[in-house]
Design a protein around this ligand. Structure first.
Ligand code: GCU
Length: 420
């Protein structure tokens, strides 16, 4: 009824008001962040070499121990099978490949990479990201295999009883402007995140985690990885494949993700230095946002709604943000000196745009050790004014929680500068 009588701007104000109402109106500003340039034992960090020797490993280990859980060190043998290749898709502008990456000899565990590469006669830089809807959802291209996995989406024509149908093709193409990416000379590699672990609280054993269980183990230990850790591991395995593909410039791979998959991209980029550029789109709590602000989503809220995303140790910090040994500016700092881009959306208060900006700004302290430039200052820019002409970029898109053409255009422009 209400939507019938309010229209246009009035409707968007109503929507913005509704989402603000879900968040705490006033962020905590009295917090003290863990200092980036001081080890836990009190050693001051003055150089990039000291950062890499003392502080970076300590922060990385803490994100493993307290937040995402530790990623197993065990290397497993992979094999790659090209399932299909079409050298002339998108009106001849691109080659489409689908590559199955097997994680076990018995071929029980695998993920499917969908790859679009520009037909440019030289290795292409590539954006790599996990997707929510299955590879077939990112583009209407009927050559894409429809995922047979389980989906969180349960009802409707596109996903019926949690399985994808023909109607799911291209349903998320607004988040993946493939033509634009190809036109700009970049490739795109994407994988359905459910290939690695279903995004559901009781499905850890339906993913790849059991491949790493030891001696009768039935679930990850409290300091071992949660689903975000598993998804991030999958991005590194995709990188293993990309390094073998002569059409890919593996020194120029940007890892990207939206929302929970933005948290995942940051964690993948923090751990795996092969990612040359890291992009967080609306990653929010447990991603780019400063958790000590307690604005929008909080640790308690995220652990209640998604108990499987982080490690069990993280639950000890429910309502105790200030005691967490890390905060998320440190996650971004782990990416230094590689370029990083953080983006927010104006109506996405749940993800705390200001907290996302501040993280990226604080991380600049570490970039400075390398002689690199971060963001200009502590005040976030207005909507549609991208900032950062050094190694850290940020923008606030007008609108809601999504990854849109505007976001991609900023990432492409930034990539043109930092990857080429
Ligand atoms: C929920 C969740 C967020 C997450 C988002 C998403 O809103 O609370 O933390 O980022 O889903 O993944 O879309």
């Amino acid at each position: 009824m209400l939507s019938k009588i309010i229209t246009g701007t009035a409707l968007s104000i109503a929507v913005a008001f509704a989402s603000a109402a879900q968040t705490k109106e006033i962020p905590d500003t009295s917090y003290q962040l863990p200092p980036l340039l001081m080890t836990r034992s009190g050693k001051a960090i003055h150089t990039a070499a000291d950062w890499e020797k003392w502080r970076r490993p300590e922060i990385l280990a803490m994100f493993g121990q307290y937040v995402y859980g530790k990623t197993p060190a065990k290397k497993i043998p992979l094999h790659f099978v090209t399932i299909s290749i079409n050298p002339a898709v998108l009106n001849g502008a691109a080659t489409r490949k689908q590559v199955r990456v097997y994680f076990s000899k018995d071929e029980k565990y695998y993920m499917d990479i969908l790859l679009y590469l520009p037909n440019i006669n030289k290795p292409a830089p590539v954006f790599l990201g996990l997707n929510f809807g299955g590879n077939q959802a990112i583009h209407a291209d009927t050559g894409i295999l429809i995922s047979k996995r389980w989906f969180r989406y349960g009802e409707g024509a596109a996903y019926t009883d949690h399985y994808a149908t023909e109607a799911s093709r291209g349903t998320q193409s607004a988040d993946w402007p493939v033509e634009e990416i190809i036109k700009r000379g970049y490739g795109l590699a994407t994988i359905y995140y459910g290939d690695l672990q279903p995004d559901s609280s009781n499905s850890v054993n339906a993913g790849i985690a059991p491949l790493f269980y030891k001696n009768g183990q039935t679930k990850p230990a409290p300091g071992e990885w949660g689903a975000i850790g598993v998804w991030a591991w999958g991005l590194s395995r995709a990188m293993d494949y990309l390094e073998t593909d002569p059409a890919v410039d593996a020194k120029k791979v940007a890892v990207i993700g939206h929302s929970r998959l933005g948290k995942t991209a940051l964690w993948a980029g923090a751990q795996d230095k092969r990612f040359a550029f890291v992009i967080s789109n609306d990653s929010g709590e447990g991603g780019a946002a400063i958790t000590r602000r307690k604005y929008g989503e909080t640790i308690t809220k995220i652990n209640k709604a998604f108990p499987h995303w982080f490690c069990d140790n993280y639950k000890a910090y429910n309502d105790r943000e200030d005691e967490l040994p890390v905060d998320f500016h440190e996650l971004i700092a782990l990416i230094a000196p590689r370029p990083v881009y953080v983006a927010s959306a104006s109506e996405d208060q749940w993800a705390d745009p200001t907290g996302e900006y501040l993280s990226a700004w604080h991380a600049g302290e570490v970039y400075k050790l390398y002689g690199l430039t971060g963001l200009p200052g502590p005040v976030p820019p207005p909507v549609s004014r991208p900032v950062g002409n050094g190694s850290i970029g940020y923008h606030l898109r007008e609108g809601g929680h999504a990854m849109r053409l505007y976001d991609w255009q900023q990432y492409l422009d930034f990539a043109d500068r930092v990857l080429r």
